[in-house]
Design a protein around this ligand. Structure first.
Ligand code: HPA
Length: 280
């Protein structure tokens, strides 16, 4: 059988070329924002919004409440690009498709990725509304977006994953949180495939294996960002107690409500981080 091939690099280059022709300021920072947190994209100055459907090869997310567009503009005076809406593995996209925008960002010259998500709290000290700086993840999806022929243009076959959530950016996040009087936790994100929430036994397993919070996104994007040498900062909004840790049943509405409740604090933390990165 012939060796499998893909033209990921060529397709990502086509997306990057399309975007380059549409923007004036090349950003250094890309942001992938989770449920209810995409509002930052509406707060950019000098904004240019481009629908995913217009961009060659971009996966078009179907998740309700997500806009499905890139917004280029300035946050705190710093050029950034915000993904409003992301595609998830549970929608049926392959891991390569879910992470495709990260490769296009890399080809645009972006070297910092800020990822946020909603997550269930596993750590007994966590409660809904808490913000957790992600210091590491465990990939429980059973898949890897780098599976298949290596794209040498992006990075090595066997990429190092010893600092996936940059220690330097985590330190900046703590400084920003302190200066803005924002309480933060720091912990390990357990990434699962979804879309069903976990069972209580699964949550006990995730806790035993070192997870502090659980969610259905982020891990694929961070693996691909690490592969191409980007610095990543990740923040989870703890939107609910993970299954079995409270008497209530899990519902996506609760996730959205909590994310809405902490939106201003969360936005403040992200704004402060962008300012701090711009000064590095
Ligand atoms: N589990 C998985 N994903 C999630 C959760 C959860 O409890 N909350 C928000 N996203």
């Amino acid at each position: 059988m012939a060796h499998p091939t893909s033209d990921l690099a060529g397709r990502a280059q086509a997306s990057a070329d399309f975007l380059k022709a549409r923007i004036t300021d090349a950003p250094r920072i890309a942001m992938i924002l989770g449920s209810g947190l995409g509002a930052i994209g509406d707060q950019l100055d000098d904004a240019t919004a481009i629908d995913y459907a217009e961009i060659p090869n971009f996966p078009v997310s179907g998740v309700e409440g997500h806009k499905g567009r890139l917004v280029f503009g300035r946050l705190e005076g710093v050029p950034v690009v915000v993904m409003q809406g992301r595609s998830h593995f549970y929608e049926g996209w392959s891991m390569q498709e879910v992470t495709f925008p990260v490769r296009a960002f890399h080809l645009l010259g972006i070297d910092h990725l800020v990822v946020t998500n909603s997550a269930g709290g596993i750590n007994a000290d966590y409660k809904p509304g808490d913000l957790m700086i992600i210091n590491d993840h465990i990939n429980f999806t059973g898949q890897n977006p780098l599976h298949g022929p290596n794209e040498d243009a992006f990075g090595p076959r066997f990429p190092d994953m010893s600092d996936p959530y940059s220690a330097e950016l985590r330190q900046l996040l703590h400084q920003v949180a302190h200066s803005r009087d924002i309480a933060v936790k720091e912990g390990v994100y357990a990434g699962v495939a979804g879309p069903s929430y976990e069972t209580p036994a699964e949550v006990r397993m995730l806790r035993t294996l070192g997870g502090d919070a659980v969610g259905m996104s982020t891990v694929p994007e961070v693996i691909v960002a690490s592969h191409c040498g980007m610095k990543v900062a990740g923040i989870s909004c703890i939107t609910n107690y993970a299954a079995g840790l409270s008497d209530t049943k899990l519902h996506h509405d609760e996730v959205k409500e909590t994310a809405d409740r902490v939106r201003e604090t969360f936005t403040g933390l992200v704004r402060g981080l962008v300012q701090a990165i711009a000064h590095t």
